[in-house]
Design a binder for this molecule. Structure first.
Ligand code: NDP
Length: 253
């Protein structure tokens, strides 16, 4: 289905895999023009770009891969500029790019906390800085933020930096909601539960990532560590279908 007058122009960040890649496809099937923000289109994510292009051709939908690394303002600016150059507008941003690491809270370095904050929180800010002035000019639009149900209670152990980053992202999104509404721009936060994707290999997570500092653990932590794989795997329901998150994003748009 090709974009028509009712179709929106949508930019999805972190679209090389998982929820982002599925959202791009669900949005395109719904008739929207979708720019899939993919970091390192020519190298690490070349296969994802090729698959996306093939999907567009096979299904006759309007999808485009655009290089976008949310940790670089230059990269974000170039991606948003390209959408405007090609379409003259941008209606919807889906803040999906995210990154997670597992590890015992005490073993994380401040740099690891900062790295997750950079991708999951500052990444959304870089995109908003580039895109929002244009949305405000049009007087309409939608910001969709992919949060995490871990911020709504029930956060498992060994996720401190991720939990902190997603909670911060949630707060930033709520703050934006109040500010952009007067300009006709809506805000939605999607809070998925646990799914096995590139970010969340829950079933395989046998131990905290930072084994170098394993000696730092008190023996009382050991059962928690040993149990981590089972505890995290138990978070993913047996009937979990990550495409439901993508369908929810498409319904919002
Ligand atoms: P994936 O690992 O499959 O997807 C993460 C995406 O983010 C990838 O496309 C990745 O690109 C991209 N990304 C990472 N860093 C950057 C960056 N600097 N610039 C641009 N893109 C980047 O995992 P999910 O689909 O699960 O994750 C998508 C979102 O959903 C995340 O925000 C995650 O926190 C959230 N989420 C996931 C849950 C789950 O259980 N899976 C539960 C709740 C929320 P690359 O391929 O280059 O690494």
């Amino acid at each position: 289905m090709r974009n028509d007058d009712t179709g929106q122009v949508v930019l999805v960040t972190g679209a090389s895999s998982g929820i982002g890649a599925l959202s791009v496809r669900a949005l395109a099937r719904a008739g929207h023009t979708v720019y899939a923000g993919i970091r390192r289109t020519a190298t690490r994510n070349a296969t994802a770009v090729a698959e996306l292009t093939r999907y567009g051709t096979d299904h006759q939908v309007d999808v485009h891969a655009v290089e976008l690394d949310v940790t670089s303002q230059d990269s974000v600016d170039a991606a948003v500029d390209r959408v405007f150059a090609e379409r003259g507008r941008l209606d919807v941003v889906v803040h999906n790019a995210g990154h997670m690491v597992l590890g015992a809270a005490e073993a994380f370095t401040a740099e690891q906390f900062a790295d997750l904050y950079d991708v999951n929180v500052l990444g959304t800010q870089r995109v908003n800085r580039a895109a929002l002035p244009k949305l405000r000019e049009r007087g309409s639009g939608l910001l969709v933020w992919i949060g995490s149900s871990s911020t709504r209670g029930g956060c498992p152990p060994f996720l401190a930096p991720y939990f902190a980053a997603k909670a911060a992202m949630d707060a930033v999104a709520v703050s934006y909601a109040a500010e952009v509404l007067p300009f006709g721009i809506d805000t939605a936060i999607v809070v998925p539960g646990a799914f096995t994707t590139g970010t969340n290999h829950f079933a395989n997570a046998g131990a905290p990532a930072d084994t170098d500092r394993a000696e730092a653990y008190d023996r009382r932590h050991q059962p928690l560590r040993d149990d981590l794989g089972r505890r995290l795997a138990a978070l993913v329901p047996s009937d979990a279908d990550v495409s439901e998150v993508a369908e929810a994003v498409a319904r919002l748009v």
